[in-house]
Design a protein around this ligand. Structure first.
Ligand code: PLP
Length: 450
Protein backbone atom coordinates (compact mmCIF):
# COMPACT_ATOMS: atom_id res chain seq x y z
CA UNK A 1 0.00 0.00 0.00
CA UNK A 2 2.82 2.42 0.83
CA UNK A 3 3.97 4.34 -2.23
CA UNK A 4 7.76 3.92 -2.46
CA UNK A 5 8.05 7.53 -3.66
CA UNK A 6 6.73 9.07 -0.45
CA UNK A 7 8.78 9.23 2.74
CA UNK A 8 6.72 7.31 5.29
CA UNK A 9 4.94 9.34 7.93
CA UNK A 10 4.09 7.74 11.18
CA UNK A 11 0.94 8.63 13.06
CA UNK A 12 1.68 6.37 16.03
CA UNK A 13 1.72 9.06 18.72
CA UNK A 14 -1.34 10.78 17.25
CA UNK A 15 -3.22 7.48 17.30
CA UNK A 16 -2.32 6.79 20.92
CA UNK A 17 -3.30 10.31 21.95
CA UNK A 18 -6.51 10.19 19.94
CA UNK A 19 -7.51 7.00 21.75
CA UNK A 20 -6.74 8.65 25.08
CA UNK A 21 -8.74 11.72 24.03
CA UNK A 22 -11.71 9.46 23.32
CA UNK A 23 -11.35 8.10 26.87
CA UNK A 24 -11.46 11.58 28.39
CA UNK A 25 -13.43 13.80 25.99
CA UNK A 26 -16.71 12.69 24.39
CA UNK A 27 -16.01 12.47 20.65
CA UNK A 28 -12.28 12.85 21.29
CA UNK A 29 -12.42 16.56 20.47
CA UNK A 30 -14.13 19.64 21.84
CA UNK A 31 -15.64 20.55 18.46
CA UNK A 32 -17.43 17.96 16.32
CA UNK A 33 -15.90 19.37 13.13
CA UNK A 34 -12.45 18.63 14.57
CA UNK A 35 -13.37 15.02 15.43
CA UNK A 36 -11.34 11.97 14.40
CA UNK A 37 -14.37 10.81 12.38
CA UNK A 38 -13.71 13.74 10.05
CA UNK A 39 -10.31 12.32 9.06
CA UNK A 40 -8.98 9.02 7.72
CA UNK A 41 -9.17 6.45 10.51
CA UNK A 42 -5.42 6.02 11.01
CA UNK A 43 -4.38 9.54 10.07
CA UNK A 44 -6.03 11.93 12.50
CA UNK A 45 -3.08 14.09 13.52
CA UNK A 46 -2.98 15.53 17.04
CA UNK A 47 -1.30 18.90 16.71
CA UNK A 48 1.31 20.63 18.83
CA UNK A 49 1.89 23.98 17.16
CA UNK A 50 1.46 26.16 14.10
CA UNK A 51 3.24 28.97 12.30
CA UNK A 52 1.82 30.90 9.36
CA UNK A 53 -0.11 28.34 7.30
CA UNK A 54 1.80 25.36 8.68
CA UNK A 55 1.10 23.04 11.59
CA UNK A 56 3.10 20.26 13.27
CA UNK A 57 1.77 17.11 14.92
CA UNK A 58 2.93 15.00 17.86
CA UNK A 59 4.77 12.62 15.52
CA UNK A 60 6.83 15.50 14.10
CA UNK A 61 4.96 15.64 10.76
CA UNK A 62 4.41 19.08 9.28
CA UNK A 63 1.55 20.12 7.01
CA UNK A 64 0.30 23.02 4.98
CA UNK A 65 -3.03 23.57 6.72
CA UNK A 66 -6.34 24.57 5.14
CA UNK A 67 -9.46 25.57 7.01
CA UNK A 68 -7.33 27.43 9.53
CA UNK A 69 -9.02 26.75 12.85
CA UNK A 70 -12.53 26.34 11.43
CA UNK A 71 -11.95 29.55 9.45
CA UNK A 72 -11.06 31.55 12.57
CA UNK A 73 -7.47 32.35 11.55
CA UNK A 74 -7.11 34.67 8.57
CA UNK A 75 -3.69 36.21 9.24
CA UNK A 76 -1.84 32.96 9.95
CA UNK A 77 -0.89 31.05 13.09
CA UNK A 78 1.30 32.95 15.55
CA UNK A 79 0.83 36.20 13.60
CA UNK A 80 3.35 38.39 15.39
CA UNK A 81 1.46 41.70 15.75
CA UNK A 82 -1.48 39.84 17.31
CA UNK A 83 0.80 37.83 19.60
CA UNK A 84 2.60 41.03 20.65
CA UNK A 85 -0.63 42.94 21.31
CA UNK A 86 -2.03 40.09 23.38
CA UNK A 87 1.10 39.51 25.46
CA UNK A 88 1.50 43.25 26.12
CA UNK A 89 -2.12 43.49 27.24
CA UNK A 90 -2.51 40.39 29.39
CA UNK A 91 0.57 41.28 31.44
CA UNK A 92 -1.65 43.98 32.99
CA UNK A 93 -4.60 41.72 33.80
CA UNK A 94 -7.29 39.95 31.88
CA UNK A 95 -10.62 40.34 33.65
CA UNK A 96 -11.85 43.18 35.87
CA UNK A 97 -14.96 44.29 37.75
CA UNK A 98 -15.71 47.23 35.46
CA UNK A 99 -15.37 47.91 31.72
CA UNK A 100 -11.93 48.83 30.43
CA UNK A 101 -10.88 51.52 27.98
CA UNK A 102 -9.98 48.61 25.69
CA UNK A 103 -13.69 47.74 25.44
CA UNK A 104 -14.50 51.22 24.27
CA UNK A 105 -11.68 51.26 21.72
CA UNK A 106 -12.66 47.81 20.42
CA UNK A 107 -16.31 48.87 20.07
CA UNK A 108 -15.20 51.97 18.15
CA UNK A 109 -12.99 49.86 15.90
CA UNK A 110 -15.81 47.41 15.22
CA UNK A 111 -18.46 50.03 14.49
CA UNK A 112 -16.01 51.81 12.20
CA UNK A 113 -15.98 48.67 10.05
CA UNK A 114 -19.71 47.96 10.04
CA UNK A 115 -21.65 51.08 9.01
CA UNK A 116 -25.10 49.46 9.33
CA UNK A 117 -24.54 48.87 13.05
CA UNK A 118 -24.84 51.58 15.72
CA UNK A 119 -24.07 49.41 18.72
CA UNK A 120 -22.18 46.21 19.47
CA UNK A 121 -21.97 43.71 22.27
CA UNK A 122 -19.04 41.30 22.53
CA UNK A 123 -19.17 37.67 23.59
CA UNK A 124 -17.10 34.54 23.09
CA UNK A 125 -18.95 32.18 20.75
CA UNK A 126 -20.84 32.89 17.57
CA UNK A 127 -23.75 30.79 18.80
CA UNK A 128 -24.29 33.11 21.76
CA UNK A 129 -24.80 35.99 19.35
CA UNK A 130 -27.18 34.28 16.92
CA UNK A 131 -29.24 33.14 19.90
CA UNK A 132 -29.18 36.68 21.32
CA UNK A 133 -30.32 38.04 17.93
CA UNK A 134 -33.27 35.64 17.87
CA UNK A 135 -34.20 36.56 21.45
CA UNK A 136 -33.95 40.28 20.74
CA UNK A 137 -36.03 39.99 17.57
CA UNK A 138 -38.70 38.08 19.50
CA UNK A 139 -38.73 40.78 22.17
CA UNK A 140 -38.89 43.60 19.62
CA UNK A 141 -41.74 42.08 17.63
CA UNK A 142 -43.64 40.19 20.33
CA UNK A 143 -43.62 37.20 17.94
CA UNK A 144 -42.07 33.77 18.51
CA UNK A 145 -41.56 32.30 15.03
CA UNK A 146 -38.14 32.54 13.40
CA UNK A 147 -37.41 31.92 9.72
CA UNK A 148 -34.08 30.14 9.31
CA UNK A 149 -32.43 29.73 5.93
CA UNK A 150 -31.61 26.19 4.77
CA UNK A 151 -27.87 26.67 5.25
CA UNK A 152 -25.48 24.50 7.24
CA UNK A 153 -25.17 26.03 10.71
CA UNK A 154 -26.30 28.89 12.95
CA UNK A 155 -25.94 27.95 16.60
CA UNK A 156 -25.18 25.25 19.13
CA UNK A 157 -28.41 26.23 20.92
CA UNK A 158 -31.69 24.31 20.92
CA UNK A 159 -33.57 26.57 18.48
CA UNK A 160 -31.12 25.50 15.75
CA UNK A 161 -29.61 22.12 16.80
CA UNK A 162 -33.18 20.90 17.33
CA UNK A 163 -33.64 21.18 13.54
CA UNK A 164 -30.67 18.89 12.79
CA UNK A 165 -30.30 15.11 12.82
CA UNK A 166 -28.58 15.33 16.22
CA UNK A 167 -31.55 16.59 18.20
CA UNK A 168 -31.41 14.21 21.19
CA UNK A 169 -32.27 15.95 24.46
CA UNK A 170 -34.01 18.86 22.74
CA UNK A 171 -37.75 19.23 23.36
CA UNK A 172 -39.80 19.39 20.15
CA UNK A 173 -41.23 22.67 21.47
CA UNK A 174 -37.83 24.31 21.00
CA UNK A 175 -38.18 24.12 17.23
CA UNK A 176 -41.94 24.26 16.77
CA UNK A 177 -41.56 27.96 16.12
CA UNK A 178 -38.83 27.55 13.51
CA UNK A 179 -39.79 27.79 9.83
CA UNK A 180 -37.35 27.29 6.96
CA UNK A 181 -36.83 29.02 3.65
CA UNK A 182 -34.45 28.47 0.75
CA UNK A 183 -31.53 30.66 -0.16
CA UNK A 184 -31.99 32.74 -3.33
CA UNK A 185 -35.70 31.89 -3.30
CA UNK A 186 -37.91 34.89 -2.52
CA UNK A 187 -41.04 32.80 -3.06
CA UNK A 188 -40.09 30.57 -0.14
CA UNK A 189 -39.37 33.70 1.94
CA UNK A 190 -42.81 35.08 1.08
CA UNK A 191 -44.44 31.80 2.14
CA UNK A 192 -42.56 31.86 5.48
CA UNK A 193 -43.51 35.47 6.22
CA UNK A 194 -47.09 35.37 4.94
CA UNK A 195 -48.72 35.17 8.38
CA UNK A 196 -47.06 38.35 9.68
CA UNK A 197 -45.97 36.28 12.67
CA UNK A 198 -42.23 35.86 12.13
CA UNK A 199 -39.87 37.70 14.48
CA UNK A 200 -36.77 37.49 12.30
CA UNK A 201 -35.26 36.03 9.20
CA UNK A 202 -31.74 34.72 9.78
CA UNK A 203 -29.30 33.74 7.06
CA UNK A 204 -25.76 33.92 5.80
CA UNK A 205 -25.93 36.59 3.08
CA UNK A 206 -23.60 34.38 1.06
CA UNK A 207 -21.81 31.07 1.52
CA UNK A 208 -18.77 29.50 -0.09
CA UNK A 209 -21.08 27.78 -2.54
CA UNK A 210 -23.79 30.35 -3.16
CA UNK A 211 -23.61 34.05 -3.93
CA UNK A 212 -26.84 36.09 -3.82
CA UNK A 213 -28.63 36.34 -7.14
CA UNK A 214 -29.30 39.91 -8.25
CA UNK A 215 -32.20 41.30 -6.23
CA UNK A 216 -32.32 38.48 -3.66
CA UNK A 217 -30.96 40.37 -0.65
CA UNK A 218 -32.79 43.55 -1.65
CA UNK A 219 -36.03 41.56 -2.00
CA UNK A 220 -35.44 39.95 1.37
CA UNK A 221 -34.92 43.36 2.95
CA UNK A 222 -38.16 44.65 1.38
CA UNK A 223 -40.17 41.61 2.47
CA UNK A 224 -38.88 41.89 6.04
CA UNK A 225 -39.84 45.57 6.10
CA UNK A 226 -43.33 44.97 4.78
CA UNK A 227 -44.00 42.15 7.27
CA UNK A 228 -42.48 43.85 10.33
CA UNK A 229 -39.79 41.15 10.55
CA UNK A 230 -36.17 41.83 11.56
CA UNK A 231 -33.43 40.86 9.11
CA UNK A 232 -30.43 39.15 10.73
CA UNK A 233 -27.20 38.36 8.88
CA UNK A 234 -24.95 35.64 10.26
CA UNK A 235 -21.50 37.04 9.38
CA UNK A 236 -19.58 34.29 11.15
CA UNK A 237 -17.83 33.06 8.02
CA UNK A 238 -18.22 36.10 5.76
CA UNK A 239 -16.87 38.54 8.39
CA UNK A 240 -13.18 39.31 7.75
CA UNK A 241 -13.22 36.85 4.82
CA UNK A 242 -15.57 38.49 2.27
CA UNK A 243 -14.53 41.93 3.53
CA UNK A 244 -13.61 43.45 6.88
CA UNK A 245 -17.20 44.70 6.94
CA UNK A 246 -18.54 41.23 6.13
CA UNK A 247 -21.04 40.31 3.44
CA UNK A 248 -23.04 43.46 4.14
CA UNK A 249 -19.93 45.42 3.12
CA UNK A 250 -19.82 43.55 -0.19
CA UNK A 251 -23.47 43.39 -1.22
CA UNK A 252 -24.63 46.71 0.23
CA UNK A 253 -27.80 45.45 1.94
CA UNK A 254 -28.07 46.47 5.60
CA UNK A 255 -29.47 43.99 8.12
CA UNK A 256 -31.16 45.07 11.36
CA UNK A 257 -28.86 42.84 13.38
CA UNK A 258 -25.70 40.94 12.53
CA UNK A 259 -23.74 38.23 14.29
CA UNK A 260 -19.97 37.90 14.14
CA UNK A 261 -17.28 35.56 15.42
CA UNK A 262 -14.64 33.26 13.95
CA UNK A 263 -11.91 35.46 12.36
CA UNK A 264 -12.54 38.63 14.38
CA UNK A 265 -9.50 38.03 16.55
CA UNK A 266 -7.35 35.67 14.44
CA UNK A 267 -8.39 32.62 16.43
CA UNK A 268 -8.79 34.24 19.85
CA UNK A 269 -12.32 33.72 21.18
CA UNK A 270 -14.44 36.73 20.31
CA UNK A 271 -17.90 37.16 18.88
CA UNK A 272 -20.25 40.10 18.53
CA UNK A 273 -23.90 40.99 18.19
CA UNK A 274 -24.25 44.25 16.29
CA UNK A 275 -27.25 46.22 15.17
CA UNK A 276 -29.42 49.25 15.01
CA UNK A 277 -29.61 51.37 18.15
CA UNK A 278 -33.40 51.19 18.44
CA UNK A 279 -33.18 47.42 18.89
CA UNK A 280 -29.85 46.99 20.68
CA UNK A 281 -30.76 49.60 23.28
CA UNK A 282 -33.49 47.28 24.56
CA UNK A 283 -30.66 45.34 26.18
CA UNK A 284 -29.29 48.50 27.74
CA UNK A 285 -30.02 50.99 30.49
CA UNK A 286 -31.39 53.79 28.33
CA UNK A 287 -34.78 52.27 27.59
CA UNK A 288 -38.29 52.84 28.88
CA UNK A 289 -39.28 49.36 27.63
CA UNK A 290 -38.87 46.05 29.44
CA UNK A 291 -35.22 45.10 29.18
CA UNK A 292 -33.99 42.17 27.09
CA UNK A 293 -31.24 39.92 28.36
CA UNK A 294 -29.02 40.39 25.31
CA UNK A 295 -25.66 38.97 26.28
CA UNK A 296 -23.89 39.05 29.61
CA UNK A 297 -20.99 36.70 30.24
CA UNK A 298 -18.08 36.53 32.66
CA UNK A 299 -15.50 36.37 29.90
CA UNK A 300 -17.26 38.52 27.30
CA UNK A 301 -14.84 41.44 27.55
CA UNK A 302 -11.65 39.82 28.85
CA UNK A 303 -8.70 41.63 27.44
CA UNK A 304 -6.77 39.01 25.42
CA UNK A 305 -9.33 38.61 22.64
CA UNK A 306 -10.10 42.33 22.49
CA UNK A 307 -6.39 43.12 22.16
CA UNK A 308 -6.14 40.48 19.42
CA UNK A 309 -9.19 42.00 17.70
CA UNK A 310 -7.69 45.49 17.68
CA UNK A 311 -4.48 44.12 16.15
CA UNK A 312 -6.54 42.30 13.52
CA UNK A 313 -8.42 45.50 12.65
CA UNK A 314 -5.08 47.29 12.33
CA UNK A 315 -3.82 44.60 9.95
CA UNK A 316 -6.98 44.88 7.82
CA UNK A 317 -6.64 48.68 7.72
CA UNK A 318 -2.97 48.77 6.81
CA UNK A 319 -2.54 45.62 4.68
CA UNK A 320 -4.64 43.56 2.34
CA UNK A 321 -5.18 40.15 3.97
CA UNK A 322 -8.32 39.43 1.96
CA UNK A 323 -6.42 40.13 -1.27
CA UNK A 324 -3.71 37.69 -0.15
CA UNK A 325 -6.09 34.88 0.81
CA UNK A 326 -8.03 35.36 -2.40
CA UNK A 327 -4.81 35.30 -4.46
CA UNK A 328 -3.80 32.01 -2.84
CA UNK A 329 -7.31 30.65 -3.41
CA UNK A 330 -7.31 31.69 -7.07
CA UNK A 331 -3.93 30.05 -7.66
CA UNK A 332 -5.11 26.86 -5.93
CA UNK A 333 -8.34 26.75 -7.85
CA UNK A 334 -6.73 27.35 -11.25
CA UNK A 335 -3.86 24.93 -10.77
CA UNK A 336 -5.84 22.14 -9.12
CA UNK A 337 -8.52 22.39 -11.78
CA UNK A 338 -5.79 22.00 -14.41
CA UNK A 339 -4.30 19.01 -12.54
CA UNK A 340 -7.74 17.40 -12.33
CA UNK A 341 -8.21 17.84 -16.07
CA UNK A 342 -4.75 16.39 -16.79
CA UNK A 343 -5.60 13.39 -14.62
CA UNK A 344 -8.80 12.83 -16.60
CA UNK A 345 -10.84 13.33 -13.42
CA UNK A 346 -12.99 16.25 -14.54
CA UNK A 347 -16.05 16.39 -12.34
CA UNK A 348 -14.87 13.57 -10.00
CA UNK A 349 -12.77 16.10 -8.12
CA UNK A 350 -13.84 19.72 -8.20
CA UNK A 351 -12.68 22.89 -6.46
CA UNK A 352 -15.64 25.13 -5.68
CA UNK A 353 -16.43 28.45 -4.05
CA UNK A 354 -15.18 31.93 -3.44
CA UNK A 355 -11.37 32.19 -3.64
CA UNK A 356 -11.07 33.00 0.09
CA UNK A 357 -13.38 30.12 1.02
CA UNK A 358 -12.70 27.17 -1.29
CA UNK A 359 -14.21 23.75 -0.82
CA UNK A 360 -13.63 20.56 -2.75
CA UNK A 361 -16.15 18.04 -4.02
CA UNK A 362 -15.17 14.38 -4.38
CA UNK A 363 -17.38 12.08 -6.41
CA UNK A 364 -17.32 8.34 -6.90
CA UNK A 365 -17.48 6.30 -10.12
CA UNK A 366 -21.25 6.87 -10.32
CA UNK A 367 -20.71 10.65 -10.27
CA UNK A 368 -22.37 10.98 -6.84
CA UNK A 369 -20.71 12.69 -3.83
CA UNK A 370 -18.74 10.01 -2.01
CA UNK A 371 -17.43 10.03 1.55
CA UNK A 372 -15.20 7.05 0.74
CA UNK A 373 -13.53 8.87 -2.15
CA UNK A 374 -13.29 12.04 -0.04
CA UNK A 375 -11.49 10.04 2.63
CA UNK A 376 -9.12 8.57 0.06
CA UNK A 377 -8.31 12.08 -1.17
CA UNK A 378 -7.73 13.32 2.41
CA UNK A 379 -5.54 10.28 3.13
CA UNK A 380 -3.35 10.87 0.10
CA UNK A 381 -3.03 14.60 0.90
CA UNK A 382 -2.10 13.88 4.53
CA UNK A 383 0.55 11.43 3.37
CA UNK A 384 2.02 14.28 1.32
CA UNK A 385 1.90 16.98 3.98
CA UNK A 386 -1.43 18.73 3.34
CA UNK A 387 -4.01 18.89 6.14
CA UNK A 388 -7.46 20.19 5.45
CA UNK A 389 -11.11 19.34 4.97
CA UNK A 390 -11.31 22.25 2.52
CA UNK A 391 -8.98 24.59 0.65
CA UNK A 392 -9.88 27.59 2.84
CA UNK A 393 -6.81 29.83 2.80
CA UNK A 394 -5.35 32.55 4.99
CA UNK A 395 -3.17 35.56 4.20
CA UNK A 396 -0.21 33.39 5.25
CA UNK A 397 -0.63 30.97 2.32
CA UNK A 398 2.15 32.07 -0.02
CA UNK A 399 2.70 30.93 -3.61
CA UNK A 400 5.29 28.34 -2.47
CA UNK A 401 2.75 26.78 -0.05
CA UNK A 402 0.22 26.59 -2.85
CA UNK A 403 2.85 25.03 -5.15
CA UNK A 404 3.51 22.35 -2.52
CA UNK A 405 -0.22 21.73 -2.20
CA UNK A 406 -0.75 21.46 -5.95
CA UNK A 407 2.15 18.99 -6.19
CA UNK A 408 0.54 16.90 -3.41
CA UNK A 409 -2.87 17.07 -5.08
CA UNK A 410 -1.38 16.03 -8.44
CA UNK A 411 0.09 12.89 -6.85
CA UNK A 412 -3.07 12.21 -4.84
CA UNK A 413 -5.08 12.32 -8.06
CA UNK A 414 -3.07 9.39 -9.45
CA UNK A 415 -4.35 7.25 -6.57
CA UNK A 416 -7.86 8.71 -6.94
CA UNK A 417 -7.87 7.81 -10.61
CA UNK A 418 -6.83 4.27 -9.80
CA UNK A 419 -9.82 4.03 -7.44
CA UNK A 420 -12.18 5.42 -10.08
CA UNK A 421 -10.89 2.93 -12.65
CA UNK A 422 -11.26 0.04 -10.19
CA UNK A 423 -14.67 1.41 -9.16
CA UNK A 424 -13.73 0.92 -5.50
CA UNK A 425 -11.47 2.42 -2.85
CA UNK A 426 -10.81 -1.05 -1.47
CA UNK A 427 -7.13 -1.82 -1.29
CA UNK A 428 -6.35 1.91 -1.44
CA UNK A 429 -8.23 3.42 1.53
CA UNK A 430 -7.02 2.38 4.97
CA UNK A 431 -9.89 2.28 7.48
CA UNK A 432 -13.44 3.55 7.38
CA UNK A 433 -14.71 6.58 5.46
CA UNK A 434 -15.47 9.92 7.09
CA UNK A 435 -19.08 10.88 7.85
CA UNK A 436 -20.97 14.17 8.37
CA UNK A 437 -20.05 15.70 11.75
CA UNK A 438 -23.70 16.19 12.73
CA UNK A 439 -25.49 12.88 12.34
CA UNK A 440 -27.87 10.81 14.42
CA UNK A 441 -25.79 7.72 15.24
CA UNK A 442 -22.12 7.34 16.11
CA UNK A 443 -21.96 3.91 14.42
CA UNK A 444 -19.90 1.28 16.25
CA UNK A 445 -16.81 1.62 14.14
CA UNK A 446 -16.32 5.19 15.35
CA UNK A 447 -16.39 4.27 19.03
CA UNK A 448 -14.24 1.14 18.89
CA UNK A 449 -11.35 1.43 21.32
CA UNK A 450 -7.82 0.28 20.61
C1 PLP B 1 -22.40 30.28 9.88
C2 PLP B 1 -22.14 29.96 11.32
N1 PLP B 1 -22.90 30.53 12.27
C3 PLP B 1 -22.71 30.29 13.58
C4 PLP B 1 -21.73 29.42 14.00
C5 PLP B 1 -21.53 29.17 15.47
O1 PLP B 1 -20.34 29.76 15.90
P1 PLP B 1 -19.58 29.23 17.21
O2 PLP B 1 -19.01 27.88 16.87
O3 PLP B 1 -18.51 30.26 17.46
O4 PLP B 1 -20.57 29.16 18.31
C6 PLP B 1 -20.92 28.78 13.06
C7 PLP B 1 -19.89 27.82 13.47
O5 PLP B 1 -19.29 27.11 12.71
C8 PLP B 1 -21.13 29.06 11.67
O6 PLP B 1 -20.40 28.47 10.72
Amino acid sequence: MTDPGIPPRTFARSRAMQDRLHDLVPGGAHTYARGSDQFPEFMAPVLVRGQGCRVWDVDGNSYVEYGMGLRSVTLGHGYQPVVDAVTRTIAHGVNFSRPTELELAAAEDFLGLVPAADMVKFAKNGSDTTTAAVRLARAVTGRTKVAVCRQPFFSTDDWFIGTTAMNGGIPAAAVETTVRFDYNDLTSVAAALAGDDVACVILEAATALAEPQPGFLEGLRAQCDSHGTLLVFDEMITGFRWSAGGAQGVYGVAPDLSCWGKAMANGFPLSALAGKREYMELGGLRTEEDRVFLLSTTHGAETSALAAFRAVVHAYRTQNPIGLMEAAGRQLSTEITAAVRDAGLDYYVEVLGRPSCLLFATRGPDGQPSQAYRTLFLQELLRRGVLGQSFVTSAAHAAADVDQTVAAVTEALVVYRRAIERKTVEGLLEGRPVAPAIRRTAEPRYIARA
